[in-house]
Design a protein around this ligand. Structure first.
Ligand code: KG4
Ligand code: ZN
Length: 363
């Protein structure tokens, strides 16, 4: 990492408009000076998912305000910034374009270097921003739009060990919540209902555990919950609160089992003799049962377990600013030909993932 840097980061790849200012010291130690996130949940709530056109328009309207707020809260100015970083993909293309255009404008007007950052790299490098985790480490990214295991060996060096072949886990939590009459977002609603449920009442599948490797699938599990619900409805004309709780508990237990077992398998790829760390990021990492499951796996694998604070696990611009700081030591800035990419796999040596989450294309 070079001398002390002040980085302005922009993020607009999904339904959160965000700007942040991060400072890195000459020794590489980062500090978040501000992190502003303006969500759009209320704009999309009537549609049962993120509407890309609405998201893109809201990003275009909010980005300037976010940048102003981020600079103000950081008690700094655009003149003092050394780098301008922006999510250049993967994500909903209209939103990514809004961010890239805004960042290009700022870079052009100020003459500051511009860095286009991969959104997933931002998530994957967050444990270094929050907990100074050394390379290499194993990363599990679990959110509404992403699900993959990465071996992170450098700021621009990621090996994908596996990922979902259909739904992301957060997407599955949201869909199952809808199926059993719980509110959105489904994750917290299912977690709460599950706390009074019997996870053993319904025999739900643990998809792909019979197959080697770290790939996962959650859509069959969702269908199994649908069938169980339909059976109950056919028997007694509807489902009770207890049925709802038992279905939620059974579903959550299945997700925990799948993530835990696949994480155990991912450790098989850990470089020999390196200190072992498992990191998790994404909104689903808020789930206590999932955290406990991953903590147990880490303990069994003699690994440190790191879960950044939730505000930095979910979409934010501090992670984009920090990723640019690290990557600026490895490569030249981007120029005005930087383009927005709907898909952008971190590990180009692996075949592309199938499916696409409700919040944009998976990479
Ligand atoms: O990372 P995130 O805020 O947004 C993106 O997907 O980019 O993740 C949101 C997802 C939603 O699907 C939500 O249901 C899920 O994270 N989630 C949870 C919990 N809290 C949020 N899933 C399970 N348990 C939770 N407590
Ligand atoms: Zn994300």
């Amino acid at each position: 990492m070079p001398a002390s840097l002040i980085i302005l980061g922009l993020e607009s790849s999904c339904d959160d408009t965000a700007a942040a200012v991060v400072r890195t010291q000459a020794d590489g130690m980062p500090e978040i000076l501000s992190s502003v996130v303006m969500g759009q949940a209320e704009l999309h709530s009537d549609f049962g998912g993120v509407v890309p056109e609405i998201a893109a328009r809201a990003h275009a309207e909010k980005l300037d305000h976010c940048v102003e707020q981020a600079l103000l809260q950081a008690k700094t100015s655009l003149e003092a910034v050394d780098l301008i970083a922006v999510t250049a993909g993967p994500g909903l293309i209209g939103g990514v374009v809004s961010g890239v255009m805004c960042a290009k404008g700022l870079a052009q007007a100020t003459g500051k270097p511009l860095y286009g950052v991969n959104h997933l790299a931002g998530h994957a490098l967050t444990p270094r921003l929050t907990d100074y985790v050394p390379y290499p480490y194993l990363m599990l990214l679990v959110s509404g739009g992403h699900c993959q295991f990465l071996m992170v060996t450098g700021a621009d060096s990621f090996r994908r060990l596996g990922g979902t072949i259909d739904d992301a886990p957060g997407e599955a939590f949201d869909k199952v919540a809808r199926l059993i009459g719980l509110p959105q977002p489904g994750g917290p609603a299912i977690e709460m209902a599950a706390s009074i449920g019997d996870p053993a009442r319904f025999a739900l599948p643990r998809p792909l555990l019979d197959r080697p490797g770290c790939d996962m699938s959650f859509s069959g599990l969702k269908t199994a919950v649908l069938r169980a619900r339909d059976r109950l409805t056919a028997e007694k004309g509807g489902i009770t609160r207890q049925d709802q709780a038992d279905l939620a508990a059974g579903f959550q237990a299945a997700v925990v089992d799948v993530l835990a077992e696949k994480t155990r398998r991912a450790f098989a790829d850990y470089p020999q003799d390196a200190p072992r760390t498992l990191c998790v990021a994404g909104g689903v990492a808020a789930n206590k049962a999932i955290r406990t499951g991953l903590e147990t796996v880490s303990a069994g694998e003699n690994a440190r377990f790191v879960a950044p604070p939730l505000a930095l696990c979910t979409d934010n611009a501090a992670m984009i600013a920090y990723a640019a700081a690290e990557q600026s030591a490895l490569r030249a800035p981007d120029d005005m030909t930087l383009s927005a990419r709907p898909r952008w796999p971190l590990d180009t040596a692996q075949p592309a993932m199938l499916g696409s989450g409700k919040k944009g294309a998976k990479a």
